[in-house]
Ligand binder design. Structure first.
Ligand code: SDX
Length: 429
């Protein structure tokens, strides 16, 4: 990594700061000593210009619409690979050999059951609880069951916790869904592949045989690949910050799941579908476009815009293709929501407001239509995002824990509150 320096003039002082250059993408200015040398902090509330860490896992070029997992383009992984192969790649840094893939699949498959007592944990929730509330609670509760994989200083325990998280998230997500629809939990079936197993745990009922549709299973597996990791997004940064304090991996993933729930982040797929349903028909689109452009109206086109992508989100293109595959397979010819989505996208991409602000459809724009067609309720969309993103959270957490220079994350602030003042007794206020 070549390094040069930059200089900052402040208060008549010249401060030299190293510039670090990565393998591709923007270089960084190392400001680690800025406070010690100037008594000042940098100020970047939304972290729009701040690199929080060095990482070798995922690379995004927002202007070019590029997404690489360990250097491999997302388009190639989604086309040729499967989700567990992507999990191995994100965790280990290389695509697996045939023997490594077979071993990894075997190990994940044999961690898919959850402790039987966790089922009782679900009984504490109301049936109408949002599945993400159940996921945050049950993932955090894993810390109470798997004590033999919470010591983060032990590489073996870190590996076991990683496998458990990847393997058990589908089981917990399916249980969260079954609980809300009042159906019995369905145990994992190890003869099925990862995504087929998840579909069966969600949609099988004891009263009859369940046959997995291979087109839907393949589509879901691809959707998981698209959602697996995404550099230092809000939920991944949450996992890293929680992990920097030494919290156990289950607690860190529960924190990331909570952050992902927000409608500006992983909750956007649920919000985008609700928006399409609220628009209802192509004729209503202009009214909503006007609302999105109105500075005084908090309404935003959910599924549009991105902090990093100022071009088309490459995942959205693959998602759009998958949507058509699933709708064709299910014989859904004229889905009114899809008609609204396609027309909304066409109008938005030709409207100067969206062009100037570089607002393109993101991964959440099409995923909701696909998942709804597959039979998932809107409330389950973000739980599926969390299921897929778990491997990314775990890979980033592992990279941070194994970084010898890792320290607890502790940002500072610009204080604009009251200067020191004397306490006044209540009678004199
Ligand atoms: C995900 O970070 C990741 O990588 C996230 C993710 C991942 O894989 O982890 O990619 C997953 O979260 C995708 C994003 C899903 N969110 C949504 O679809 C919600 C709708 N989008 C917006 O809320 C917004 O675009 C964000 C949150 C995604 C990005 O917000 P930014 O970067 O802080 O941008 P901003 O809010 O400052 O907006 C810039 C301008 C503003 O106008 P001005 O104040 O400059 O006049 O664009 C406008 C905004 O009003 N704008 C929108 C808009 N998004 C931004 N206007 C209308 N509709 C929108 N969707």
């Amino acid at each position: 990594m070549s390094a040069t320096t930059s200089q900052l003039q402040v208060d008549g002082k010249t401060v030299d700061m190293a510039i670090k250059t990565g393998s591709i993408g923007p270089s960084v200015i190392d400001i680690g000593k800025l406070y010690a040398q100037t008594g000042m902090f940098t100020y970047d509330p939304g972290f729009t210009s701040t690199a929080s860490c060095e990482s070798q896992i995922t690379y995004i070029d927002g202007d070019e619409g590029v997404l690489l997992y360990r250097g491999y383009p997302i388009e190639q992984l989604a086309e040729h690979g499967d989700f567990l192969e992507t999990c191995f790649l994100l965790l280990e840094g290389e695509l697996p050999t045939a023997a490594q893939k077979a071993d990894f699949d075997y190990r994940v498959t044999r961690h898919t059951m959850v402790h039987e007592q966790m089922a009782r944990f679900f009984q504490g929730f109301r049936r109408d609880a949002h599945p993400m509330a159940v996921m945050v609670g049950s993932i955090g509760a894993m810390s109470a069951f798997y004590h033999d994989s919470t010591d983060i200083s032990d590489p073996h325990q870190r590996m076991v916790a990683s496998m458990r998280m990847i393997a058990k998230m589908p089981t917990l997500a399916a249980m969260a869904y079954k609980y809300t629809v009042g159906q019995p939990f369905v145990y994992p079936l190890n003869s099925l592949d990862y995504s087929s197993n998840f579909l069966r745990m969600c949609f099988a009922v004891p009263a009859e045989e369940y046959k997995v549709n291979p087109v839907l299973s393949r589509a879901l597996d691809r959707i998981f690949i698209l959602h697996a990791d995404h550099e230092q997004n809000a939920s991944t940064s949450t996992v890293r910050l929680a992990g920097s304090s030494g919290a156990n991996p289950f607690a860190c993933i529960a924190a990331g799941t909570a952050c992902l729930w927000g409608p500006a982040h992983g909750g956007a797929n649920e919000a985008a579908l609700k928006m399409l349903e609220e628009i209802g028909s192509v004729e209503n689109i202009p009214k909503f476009i006007a609302k999105a452009k109105d500075k005084n109206d908090p309404f935003r086109l959910m599924g549009f815009g991105h902090r990093v992508y100022k071009n088309y989100d490459p995942r959205a293109k693959i998602m759009q293709k998958t949507t058509h595959e699933v709708l064709n397979e299910l014989g859904i010819k004229d889905d009114p929501l899809l008609d609204v989505a396609i027309e909304l996208e066409r109008i938005a991409l030709s409207d100067s407001y969206f062009i100037e602000k570089k607002l393109y459809p993101n991964i959440d724009f099409y995923s909701g239509i696909t998942l709804k067609a597959m039979g998932f309720p809107t409330s389950m969309f973000t739980a599926l995002f969390a299921l897929a993103r778990t491997v990314g959270w775990i890979a980033q957490w592992k990279e941070m824990i194994e970084d010898p220079s890792q320290r607890i994350g502790r940002p500072r602030q610009l204080y604009t509150g009251s200067p020191p003042r004397e306490y006044a007794p209540i009678g004199r206020r």
